[in-house]
Design a protein around this ligand. Structure first.
Ligand SMILES: [Zn+2]
Length: 109
């Protein structure tokens, strides 16, 4: 078993778990039982954790997680629409001009 990610947000862990399992990497979320209280956020050492069952796949799992989490956090400035070329503020997820989604650039094949 290898711990690959921790977050106070169960939605994120659940999403990562299903993505990793979609890649054939078996994983479990641990620590749910610690979250009984209401209101206050748990201290970081009590955050739920995502564990990969097969430690040998830990690095692979981390790479997937990094890729999955990167697009949302990576954009720090305006982006240019791939559909019409208009510039959009970083807070827009769709082009104000033509409605095209801001998808990460696809690697050329
Ligand atoms: Zn556009």
């Amino acid at each position: 078993m290898e711990m690959v990610y921790t977050s106070q947000d169960f939605a994120v862990l659940g999403h990562l778990q299903s993505e990793l399992e979609g890649q054939g990497i078996e994983c479990v979320v641990r620590g749910q039982h610690l979250l009984g209280g209401v209101g206050e956020l748990p201290p970081i050492e009590c955050w739920p954790e995502l564990w990969v069952v097969d430690s040998g796949r830990g690095p692979e799992a981390r790479a997937h997680i990094e890729a999955l989490l990167a697009p949302a956090g990576a954009r720090t400035g305006p982006w240019t629409c791939g559909g019409c070329g208009e510039e959009n503020p970083a807070t827009f997820s769709e082009c104000w001009h033509c409605g095209e989604e801001d998808l990460p650039l696809k690697e050329a094949c």
